[in-house]
Write a protein that binds this ligand. Structure first.
Ligand SMILES: Nc1ncnc2c1ncn2[C@@H]1O[C@H](COP(=O)(O)OP(=O)(O)OP(=O)(O)O)[C@@H](O)[C@H]1O
Ligand SMILES: [Mg+2]
Length: 323
C-alpha cells in the first residue's frame, strides 16, 4: 500500500561531538499538509531539515521521506524534494530568468520542458516584471520568491523551507504564504521553519523545538486550547510603569508588553479586578482590561518559560514540584 505520509521521523538524533543538536525528534507529516517547525535560535531546526534532506546522517534514529529511508536511500530522496535553505543560493550576477534556467539545467530538465516550466514558475511567483532583472537588484521579498521558484523547478512533491520569509515585511510574508498554500493545494507537502508566530497559524500542524527536543506537537487550535491559565489584556496609560507594578503582585505568573498593550497571565479571574484597583490607585488610567484567548505567541512564550522553570528545577535538584 502506498504511504499517505510524506515524512515519518522516528527518534531522529544528531550529535556533534558530545553536543546533541537534535534529540530523539519524532513526527509525521501527511501528504499535502504544511508542517511548521518553530523554536528559538539554536533549537535544532536546520539540523533536523538537513537530516531529512539526506544531507546529514543521523547519529541514531531514522526517517522516511516520500517513502525513502534517509539512512540508506539519501540519493533517492534528493530527487523528490525541494530545499530552500536558510542561506539560499541565488547567483547575484544572473537575471531572475537565468537563475531559473541554471537550476532547471542542474535538475536535468530537457530543452523543450525547460522553457515551459520556467514560464510556469515565473507566473506562479509573479515574477513577470522581474524576469530580466539582475538578481542583485531584486528586493528581499522578490529574491525569496525567486528562491522558492528555483527550489521547485523539478516539481518536487516535498518542499523544505528554512526561514523562507526572514527579514521581509508582513505583507510580502503573507503573499509568500499564499504561494505555499497554492503548492499545498496541488498536493505538495511542506515543512517550513519560522520565527514569526503569525506564520504558525498557516500550518496544519506545529512542532515546537527547544534545546534540541520537540517539546510540543499539535495543530494551532489545540495548542491555544491547551493554555491552562487565564490571559488578560490591558490597555492602560504608562504601560512600562504598569508592568513593574503588576510583576510585583502575587498570583501573577507572567506579564509582558505586547505592542502598546500588556498581556498578563494570572492564576484566578479575581485577580483582574485587583490589578485594575492597583493600577488606578497608582494614578494609571485603565482603558480596558479583559480576558482574551491566547495567540500562538502567548502559548509558546508560556511553554518555553515553563520548560525553563523545569530545567532550572532539575539542574538544582529541587524536589517536590519537579516537571
Ligand atoms: N556542523 C556542526 N557542528 C557543530 N555544531 C553544530 C553544527 N551544526 C549545528 N550545530 C549546532 O547545533 C545547534 C542547532 O543548530 P541549528 O542550526 O539546527 O539550529 P536552528 O534551530 O536552525 O537555529 P536558527 O533559528 O538560529 O537557525 C546549534 O547550537 C549549532 O551551533
Ligand atoms: Mg536554522
Amino acid at each position: 500500500m502506498k504511504s499517505e505520509n510524506a515524512i515519518v521521523a522516528d527518534k531522529l538524533t544528531k550529535e556533534f561531538g558530545d553536543f546533541t543538536a537534535v534529540d530523539q525528534v519524532s513526527f509525521t507529516i501527511p501528504k499535502g499538509e504544511i508542517f511548521g517547525l518553530l523554536g528559538p535560535n539554536g533549537a535544532g531546526k536546520t539540523t533536523t531539515i538537513r537530516m531529512l534532506c539526506g544531507l546529514l546522517r543521523p547519529s541514531t534514529g531514522d526517517a522516511k521521506v516520500m517513502g525513502y529511508q534517509i539512512s540508506s536511500q539519501p540519493e533517492k530522496i534528493k530527487t523528490k524534494i525541494g530545499y530552500m535553505s536558510q542561506q539560499f543560493s541565488l547567483y547575484n550576477d544572473l537575471t531572475a530568468y537565468e537563475n531559473l534556467d541554471f537550476y532547471a539545467r542542474l535538475y536535468g530538465l530537457s530543452n523543450k520542458h525547460r522553457e515551459t516550466r520556467i514560464g510556469e514558475l515565473i507566473e506562479m511567483a509573479g515574477l513577470e516584471n522581474h524576469r530580466r532583472s539582475l538578481t542583485s537588484n531584486l528586493s528581499g521579498a522578490w529574491r525569496q520568491r525567486l528562491a522558492l521558484a528555483c527550489a521547485i523547478v523539478h516539481n518536487p512533491p516535498m518542499l523544505f523551507l528554512d526561514e523562507p520569509t526572514a527579514g521581509v515585511d508582513p505583507i510580502s510574508r503573507r503573499e509568500f504564504w499564499k504561494l505555499i498554500y497554492g503548492l499545498a493545494g496541488q498536493g505538495v507537502s511542506v515543512l517550513a521553519t519560522t520565527h514569526y508566530m503569525d506564520e504558525a497559524e498557516y500550518c496544519n500542524n506545529i512542532g515546537m523545538m527547544y534545546r534540541s527536543k520537540l517539546i510540543t506537537l499539535d495543530d494551532p487550535d489545540t495548542l491555544k486550547e491547551s493554555y491552562q491559565d487565564i490571559l488578560v489584556e490591558i490597555d492602560c496609560e504608562s504601560p512600562g510603569k504598569a508592568l513593574l507594578l503588576i510583576n510585583e503582585m502575587s498570583g501573577v505568573l507572567e506579564a509582558a508588553l505586547y505592542g502598546a498593550l500588556l498581556h498578563v497571565t494570572i492564576e484566578k479571574q479575581v485577580l483582574t479586578k485587583r490589578i485594575q484597583r492597583k493600577l488606578e490607585s497608582e494614578g494609571i488610567v485603565v482603558n480596558r482590561i479583559e480576558e482574551i484567548l491566547p495567540s500562538l505567541e502567548d502559548v509558546f512564550v508560556n511553554m518555553i518559560k515553563s520548560e525553563r522553570r523545569a530545567l532550572v528545577r532539575a539542574e538544582f535538584n529541587i524536589e517536590g514540584e519537579l516537571i
